[in-house]
Design a protein around this ligand. Sequence first.
Ligand SMILES: NC(=O)c1ccc[n+]([C@@H]2O[C@H](COP(=O)([O-])OP(=O)(O)OC[C@H]3O[C@@H](n4cnc5c(N)ncnc54)[C@H](OP(=O)(O)O)[C@@H]3O)[C@@H](O)[C@H]2O)c1
Length: 156
Amino acid sequence: MISLIVAMTRKGLIGKDNDLPWNYPEDLQYFKKTTLNKTVAMGEKTFLSIYNRNQKPLPKRKNVVFTFDKDFKCEGVEVSHDLHKYLQEYKGDDLFIIGGREIYREALPYCKYLYITFIEKEYEGNVYFPKVNFDNYKIINEEKLGELTFTVFERR
Ligand SMILES: NC(=O)c1ccc[n+]([C@@H]2O[C@H](COP(=O)([O-])OP(=O)(O)OC[C@H]3O[C@@H](n4cnc5c(N)ncnc54)[C@H](OP(=O)(O)O)[C@@H]3O)[C@@H](O)[C@H]2O)c1
């Protein structure tokens, strides 16, 4: 099963200068709880922003990085140079697409579930989630916590 997980404002903002525009520990905990022991797949830019913060890939998860760079190497990370081939042929356990914008846009058609944390406040930034027609999805779970709304959508 392929899913996507993202935090965004209601205007679709997801990033600022290759980082997150906000700091919500509750959302990081939700992200961890949801993806732990699963496969997480990300673009090279998102990987670098995680790696620079933690000095390592995401622990206790199989990390897959998409890049066109044939020389890209990192210990503990699987590399794919072809996102579409990887997702078309994927037969493993639960896989979460974890960003960023470019990878969300390309992977969206493959995702059955969208785990979206809506941030009920506006922030400054320059990276937006691709346009989604939410008519094609139904909400199967929704929980509110302070400024956050944890929502799970299932493709109809
Ligand atoms: N709010 C959230 O939940 C959230 C989550 C994740 C990221 N973000 C934010 O999103 C921003 C980064 O997004 P981004 O769009 O700039 O970068 P990105 O999606 O993380 O990475 C883009 C890179 O992925 C590789 N790539 C793209 N298509 C590919 C394909 N078909 N096959 C193989 N590799 C492919 C390319 O790497 P090469 O250039 O190396 O070839 C490309 O430059 C940051 O601001 C980050 O903080 C937010």
